[in-house]
Design a protein around this ligand. Structure first.
Ligand SMILES: Cc1cc2nc3c(=O)[nH]c(=O)nc-3n(C[C@H](O)[C@H](O)[C@H](O)COP(=O)(O)OP(=O)(O)OC[C@H]3O[C@@H](n4cnc5c(N)ncnc54)[C@H](O)[C@@H]3O)c2cc1C
Length: 440
């Protein structure tokens, strides 16, 4: 087994790991810093964020956009590390940012690559060592601090060698299980659990939701402005407006992404918002601008106006044609050559009910492959939120998505990765400075 000694070993070169390294460099920490990254390249996932634009923060940053056991600590953390702090921090390493009308912050260049480039330029010029294709497979606390056992791949992943990294401090910035092609595979959870550190159940979030609705495939590809609401045991649990996308067997789009956390919490824990739940459903309001009464009036007036039209033309100029046909089918209508005037009162009622509250029953948990984020992770009770240090191991820091905190869509997850990365690095820098002063 090969052996390397360093002062600080960062496990994972994603958002939080890069920010940890960047901050150590900015603070001028003396000592050898290594990033061990299982992928062949550092910052791969960053390039895919925000559809290649990297939505790196949000002007509305607040703890109310976060979930998980650690969310309650976010308020204090964001008091110091707000979006202006993060923007300025990036500016100091060359990255200019802009915010859009919804408060989402992006690089001025509109390219996620600039975020990764500016961070890497800075840390590499400072002398941080990147060890890519190096997967940490075990973590052993020891007298010097921590030993990381790694598997290093080379030659197109065919050969692998073992490496031991001895560090005074280890920072676990391994992310979660979401989007494993770009990031980690979740092996870190087992490694961390072996250390006696508690992990709360993990499940995918910010992703599409599979539903058992036999008409779904008929509206595949349709996008429509909607309000989607999740009901747990018949009680409204959460609701979002936005562009709903229908796929072959699932509902998608950002408004659904926002609901997906609770849907997957239900499948994994049988709770919604940590409350025991027997059943869930998603109600889709296809006409959020109309209340039920004005929807009814609209449908009735169209019935009168276009009474001589065949039913297949009823929704022309109103909603998407495919969607209109599906709504009619949902109302039990199968003969679309009938004249609109023949619609019965109960059929009209059913059409209105479908338009204002089409019910979809989520059928199975989402997969991690297509999820943007992992909910759950290292429990808040294991971490000191003044510095992101493990309570059990004072030489091990844990940050980013690995922690049991996840945010809404809109730059909130990267904002957490940046803040927690900065905090871990500031603490290490302070402790190293103190030790250095003591030995002087
Ligand atoms: C497609 C997509 C788009 C997204 N867009 C946005 C967005 O626009 N805005 C936003 O706020 N959030 C976005 N997110 C979420 C955001 O990317 C994450 O919240 C963030 O990257 C988490 O940072 P992290 O450092 O904790 O983990 P990661 O960025 O996942 O980094 C973890 C790193 O650790 C490495 N690693 C894992 N295990 C090991 C190991 N055992 N040994 C060595 N290395 C290891 C991984 O390969 C990875 O490089 C998006 C996510 C996805 C998948």
């Amino acid at each position: 087994m090969e052996f390397i000694k360093c002062d600080i070993a960062i496990t994972g070169g994603g958002a939080s790991g890069l920010m940890t390294a960047l901050t150590l460099a900015k603070l001028g920490v003396k000592g050898k810093i290594i990033i061990a990254e299982r992928n062949a390249k550092i910052g791969r996932k960053l390039l895919a964020t925000g559809n290649g634009r990297c939505n790196l923060s949000n002007v509305k940053i607040s703890d109310r956009f976060y979930f998980g056991t650690a969310a309650e600590y976010a308020k204090d953390i964001f008091r110091k590390y707000d979006c202006n702090y993060i923007r300025k921090y990036f500016e100091e390493v060359g990255l200019l940012t802009v915010s859009d009308s919804e408060g989402r912050i992006y690089p001025l260049s509109n390219s996620a690559a600039s975020v990764a480039d500016c961070m890497r330029n800075y840390i590499l010029s400072y002398g941080v060592t990147e060890l890519c294709s190096t997967e940490v497979t075990d973590i052993i606390p020891d007298k010097r601090g921590v030993s990381l056992i790694c598997e290093c791949k080379s030659g197109g992943n065919e050969c692998s060698t073992k490496l031991k990294i001895s560090a005074k401090y280890a920072v676990l910035s391994c992310g979660g299980k979401a989007s494993p092609k770009l990031s980690g595979n979740g092996n870190i959870y087992g490694i961390v659990e072996k250390l006696g550190i508690d992990i709360t159940p993990v499940f995918p979030s910010l992703t599409s939701v599979s539903c058992s609705e036999k008409l779904l495939h008929t509206v595949k590809g349709v996008r429509v402005k909607s309000r989607v609401s999740l009901y747990a045991d018949g009680v409204l649990a959460d609701s979002h407006d936005g562009e709903l996308q229908f796929t072959e067997n699932s509902l998608s789009g950002i408004c659904i992404f926002q609901l997906s956390r609770l849907v997957n919490e239900y499948f994994v824990c049988r709770t919604v918002n940590r409350k025991k739940t027997g059943n869930i459903k998603i109600c889709v309001d296809l006409l959020p601008e109309y209340d039920s009464e004005s929807c009814r009036k609209l449908v009735m007036s169209r019935k009168e106006l276009f009474g001589r039209y065949e039913l297949e033309k009823f929704f022309d100029g109103f909603i998407n044609k495919k969607l209109g046909i599906a709504v009619l089918k949902k109302a039990g209508i199968t003969d679309f050559s009938r004249k609109t005037a023949t619609l019965s009162k109960s059929e009209t009622e059913k059409i209105c009910r479908t338009l204002k509250g089409w019910e979809f029953i989520p059928s199975k948990p989402s997969d991690f492959e297509n999820a943007q984020i992992t909910a759950g992770g290292v429990s808040a009770k294991e971490i000191n939120f003044d510095d992101m240090c493990s309570k059990k191991y004072r030489n091990i820091y844990i940050n980013g998505e690995l922690v049991d905190i996840d945010g809404s869509c809109g730059g909130y997850n990267l904002h957490w990765a940046w803040c927690s990365g900065i905090m871990a690095a500031e603490s290490i820098a302070e402790r190293m400075e103190k030790k250095y002063a003591e030995t002087e």
